[in-house]
Write a protein that binds this ligand. Structure first.
Ligand SMILES: Nc1ncnc2c1ncn2[C@@H]1O[C@H](COP(=O)(O)OP(=O)(O)O)[C@@H](O)[C@H]1O
Ligand SMILES: [Mg+2]
Length: 302
């Protein structure tokens, strides 16, 4: 099952985490070493992001797996046509929160959610909300690329087929548009009927992005999409993210802080189910507001 593969189980990490008391400790001047991370030539935030309307709004969100609380009072907003990264140590709740945004957690037993998630005007957890159309609006790309054992063409057409689309012209148009959108068209246009499993890892991951694009989502949720890719394939996906944000809104979980710095407008840092800090990526990495954030981004824990 797809969802199982998306869940990190490397949670019982024995490494020590900082004292909760540090959470609200003010940063002293010496600790604000601007530019310590990442590259000094970090691009400036696209000003359009600052005034973009909110597309996703998370309010007072708590999530429990059985007795265990995995998200603790999360408040967060994602602007339309922006990229937000979720960073933080393994097990801090990044994937859990990502799955809350399009109700993928519904598929897990014994989950209890409190609070509110808004996707545009849609109250994601309201009783009448249509979960299928919600997941269409917010497509998902997982850590491990998971093409179906079908042709390249059928992988991309899949979402439309299950919606009942059988018109060959419509499907062909959607497959081409989506593969172009995912930056894969030129590489595969002559082998659409071949098995998707013959593609390289990086191509498979872009194929999964194409599959998500085929149903015309507004939002793309990515859970560590590059962690199984080599640096070149990673760079290709990162370029793609920067292109896609013109049309889509992207939330990406990454354990790679340079990646967060390269692709995202905003970054949210989580620790043990809490959102410690969120803000413009550039600010968060060069002048974080919390010592915990600074300790994490400078590699003192994680
Ligand atoms: N399906 C699940 N059932 C029970 N606990 C889970 C499940 N998925 C995640 N958790 C727990 O929730 C916490 C957050 O996990 P997760 O969201 O996967 O963290 P991250 O993506 O930041 O590594 C962890 O303690 C993890 O063990
Ligand atoms: Mg995860």
């Amino acid at each position: 099952m797809m969802i199982t593969g998306a869940i990190d189980m490397d949670i019982d990490d024995p490494r020590p985490v900082p004292e909760p008391a540090l959470l609200h400790a003010p940063l002293d001047g010496a600790a604000r070493r601007a530019g310590i991370f990442p590259q000094p030539d970090l691009p400036l935030t696209d000003p359009s992001v600052l005034s973009a309307p909110t597309l996703l709004k998370v309010e007072r969100l708590n999530l429990f797996y059985g007795e265990k609380q995995a998200l603790d009072d999360i408040n967060l907003q994602v602007a339309r046509h922006s990229v937000m990264s979720f960073i933080g140590p393994s097990g801090c709740g990044k994937s859990t929160l990502l799955r809350c945004l399009n109700r993928m957690n519904d598929l897990i037993d014994d989950v209890r959610i409190e609070g509110r998630v808004m996707m545009g005007d849609t109250d994601v957890y309201a009783p009448g909300t249509d979960v299928i159309s919600l997941r269409k609006r917010a497509g998902m790309v997982f850590q491990k690329s998971n093409p179906f054992p079908k042709s390249i063409y059928e992988n991309v057409a899949y979402g439309l087929r299950i919606q009942g689309q059988g018109d060959r012209v419509v499907l062909e148009e959607a497959v081409e548009r989506s593969l172009k959108g995912a930056g894969l068209w030129e590489e595969v246009k002559d082998r659409l009927k071949e098995s998707a499993q013959g593609l390289s890892g990086g191509q498979q991951q872009r194929l999964c992005i194409a599959r998500a694009l085929a149903v015309r989502p507004e939002i793309i949720l990515m859970d560590e999409p590059c962690s199984a890719l080599d640096p070149i394939a990673t760079a290709r996906v990162e370029e793609l993210i920067l292109e896609l944000k013109r049309e889509f809104t992207i939330v990406i979980v990454t354990h790679n802080m340079q990646q967060a710095a390269r692709v995202s407008d905003h970054t949210a840092f989580f620790w043990m189910g809490k959102l410690i800090e969120t803000g413009l990526t550039e600010k968060l990495f060069t002048n974080p507001g919390h010592r915990m954030t600074e300790d994490y981004i400078t590699g003192r824990f994680g």
